[in-house]
Design a protein. Structure first.
Length: 289
């Protein structure tokens, strides 16, 4: 059985598998993602393929993913400082041999699928837990009101349907409802589509994201969604002028979104926790790789 090197990350609960890019075709990436995301293998909510030297990330369906981008920053920091005190403890090494001191900060510029411009990543902390902010130059991101409490937000690499849960409650058969909504809105051709049920209670925003990736043929009720949080922030900002948001995710942590300008350009930053879950090799069926 062939073995495939992997690492598994939790950006706010949105469990993400990373595999080496290694020249695999888009079809091969999508097939490996479907296989390894199955709970019988590694399990997870999404998968991406990375080239740390070139600082490139391609999601299995070619979609854009903020949380995977943030996890990629943690992977780069881990690779740069793999012998930090916490990693030494994890590997049974003497902590004193690694030294001690304040947590470091790392800065990277990466290329990620679905997003045309480089993504700036700021990584704080140490293995196996970090906070990572992804800063994005915003192109035109059309936000369209479709119905009362229903908004369509088109980001590069992913489109989100935002549903105010007070007017559009979460349905019992959510996968069928989301598939019907994608069909009705003509979104079946999109690389990825999220349906985001959101609400605000006593000043706290929270959201429940369901994300469908076309080429990977996956539909997942996610524990966190960075692009969904960004889409919600853009929609609410255009409606009321607000620029800073803290949006509670189903996994229990918040994603902080801020909208700002720099040198006359519109930017957005999404910040939150990232943890390393596991790394090693997975053994797959003989015809899998």
């Amino acid at each position: 059985m062939p073995a495939l090197t992997f690492s598994k990350w939790s950006p706010g609960g949105n469990t993400t598998l990373f595999f080496p890019l290694e020249g695999r075709s888009a079809a091969e990436q999508a097939r490996l993602a479907r296989l390894t995301l199955d709970p019988q293998h590694l399990g997870g909510e999404q998968a991406g393929f990375v080239d740390p030297q070139q600082r490139r990330l391609r999601m299995a369906g070619g979609e854009f993913c903020v949380n995977a981008s943030r996890a990629f920053g943690a992977l780069l920091a881990f690779s740069e400082n793999a012998r930090g005190p916490r990693q030494a403890a994890l590997e049974g090494l003497a902590v004193s041999a690694c030294g001690a001191g304040p947590a470091k900060e790392y800065h990277y510029e990466v290329r990620v699928s679905g997003w045309q411009s480089p993504v700036r990543l700021s990584v704080r902390g140490d293995s196996p837990h970090w906070r990572v902010e992804a800063a994005l130059r915003l192109p035109a991101c059309p936000v369209q009101s479709l119905d009362e409490g229903m908004t369509l937000a088109r980001l590069p690499g992913i489109t989100h349907v935002l549903l105010n849960a007070a007017l559009h409650p979460f349905p019992e058969d959510f996968e069928t409802a989301a598939a019907l909504l994608r069909q009705q809105l003509g979104l079946d051709g999109e690389a990825a589509v999220g349906v985001i049920w959101w609400r605000e209670c006593q000043g706290q925003l929270d959201m429940l994201p369901l994300v469908h990736v076309r080429d990977a043929q996956t539909t997942c009720l996610e524990s966190a969604c960075g692009s969904g949080a960004l889409a919600l922030a853009l929609s609410l900002s255009r409606a009321g002028g607000r620029r800073d948001f803290s949006i509670l995710q189903p996994g229990g942590s918040a994603l902080d979104v801020r909208l700002f300008s720099e040198g006359g350009e519109a930017l957005a930053a999404v910040d939150g926790p990232v943890s390393l879950v596991a790394r090693g090799q997975v053994w797959l069926p003989d015809d899998a790789t």
